[in-house]
Design a protein around this ligand. Structure first.
Ligand code: FES
Length: 110
């Protein structure tokens, strides 16, 4: 089953956007990052405490837009793998979600 999130042009490159989607009958907060033409999706849950990551609506990236940053204790994560490379949960992973790009739309595979 897929769920259409938005158009590919709705997220700047680099940039990010949050969504609420129903996954297995539960509403879940997720976010998508657009970087160098590619899209990556994760649950909006820091592996450190389970907190939401963004510092402002749709703002999940650090100032250089090179890494995902958790606003609570500044953990930094790789955009393409979700691996924490700095901060209190180094080595832990954001939980990834699968996407398919079809006809300029971003589809979440659930
Ligand atoms: S809650 Fe994300 S780094 Fe602590």
């Amino acid at each position: 089953m897929t769920h259409i999130l938005c158009k590919t042009t709705d997220i700047e490159d680099p940039g990010s956007k949050s969504f609420e989607v129903k996954i297995h009958r539960k509403t879940q907060a997720i976010f998508v990052v657009h970087k160098e033409g590619e899209f990556f999706a994760y649950y909006n849950k820091c592996p450190h405490t389970g907190a939401s990551l963004e510092w402002q609506e749709d703002q999940f990236l650090d100032l250089d837009k090179a890494l995902i940053q958790c606003t609570t204790h500044d953990a930094l994560f790789m955009i393409d793998t979700g691996e924490c490379i700095a901060g209190p949960c180094v080595g832990d992973l954001l939980q990834t979600l699968a996407l398919t790009i079809k006809d300029d739309e971003i589809h979440l595979n659930i």
